[in-house]
Design a protein around this ligand. Structure first.
Ligand code: UDP
Length: 256
């Protein structure tokens, strides 16, 4: 598949019609580096979770965005478990929340500049301040809260382009951030655009990340649910995802 833009295309696992690429953080960083060196267009990265996959079941346009993205990385542990259940393997969770600081660290060395778009007013600025403290030499080309409403597209694209950023992080939550990138990519000058959900909230210290031990045993979602109980309705998609994957395997084994 030419569109991944990597030297060797990472294998992908189809989970309920959504391609999830078998890449590690190192692979993501290599891809970003390759894309910036190429400089031919804007490459899109989606940080997919079971929630993305379930939204895509009912929303064909979102499914299309995920299929056209250059990389869909496995942000949620549920995707790793589903892949294993389907007899395939995804190497590790590649979260937007860890990807942002990792890319920022590489950017500080390589001289790439970043634009942080989205989250509540002031959050992107705080995230930028925290990242530049952690990674001296990091260039933040711009920050802006803005809105994912299409009526704002033109102004936001102009702002991001004027900044000269190489990499754009978009934090409007799924599916809005991914639609935003897909429809604006043709007009963006940034070489890479990544939808990162709540990553700016974490980087700004607005919301704490789950402890490492909880992340390691696959319970980061539970931590988020306990801290932000209003997520319960959204999280009902998780059991629906499990059930859909089980039914999907039975269909696959039946050959239907
Ligand atoms: N957000 C925003 N504008 C919107 C909707 C959401 O800036 O119209 C931001 C919100 O402040 C948060 C991020 O988008 O920083 C999405 O966070 P959430 O934790 O819901 O995303 P997830 O990581 O669960 O996909």
């Amino acid at each position: 598949m030419e569109s991944a833009g990597l030297d060797a295309t990472p294998p992908q696992v189809m989970i309920l019609g959504v391609p999830v690429h078998a890449v590690t953080f190192a692979g993501l960083l290599d891809a970003v580096s390759t894309w910036i060196a190429r400089g031919d267009r804007t490459y899109q990265v989606c940080t997919a979770s079971p929630e993305f996959v379930m939204i895509a079941q009912d929303d064909a346009a979102f499914r299309q965005v995920l299929r056209q993205a250059d990389l869909c990385v496995a942000d949620g542990v549920g995707l790793l478990l589903a892949a294993r259940f389907l007899g395939r393997r995804l190497p590790e969770r590649v979260t937007g929340s860890d990807g942002l600081p990792l890319i920022a660290a590489r950017a500080a060395q390589a001289g790439w500049s970043l634009f942080l778009l989205g989250a509540a007013p002031g959050v992107a600025e705080r995230a930028a301040a925290s990242l530049t403290r952690r990674y001296p030499g990091l260039r933040i080309a711009g920050t802006f809260s803005g809105s994912p409403d299409p009526s704002e597209d033109e102004a936001l694209v102009a702002r991001v382009n004027a900044s000269g950023a190489d990499i754009l992080f978009v934090a409007y939550g799924a599916p809005r951030q991914d639609f935003w990138i897909a429809r604006n990519a043709p007009r963006l000058n940034a070489r890479v655009a990544i939808g990162v959900g709540g990553a700016l909230d974490f980087a700004a210290g607005k919301v704490p990340r789950a402890p490492r031990w909880m992340q390691r045993i696959g319970l980061e979602w539970l931590f988020r649910l306990l801290r932000e109980p209003w997520r319960w309705r959204r999280m009902l998609r998780l059991p629906r995802f499990v059930w859909a994957v089980i039914r999907n395997r039975e269909r696959a084994l039946d050959g239907k």
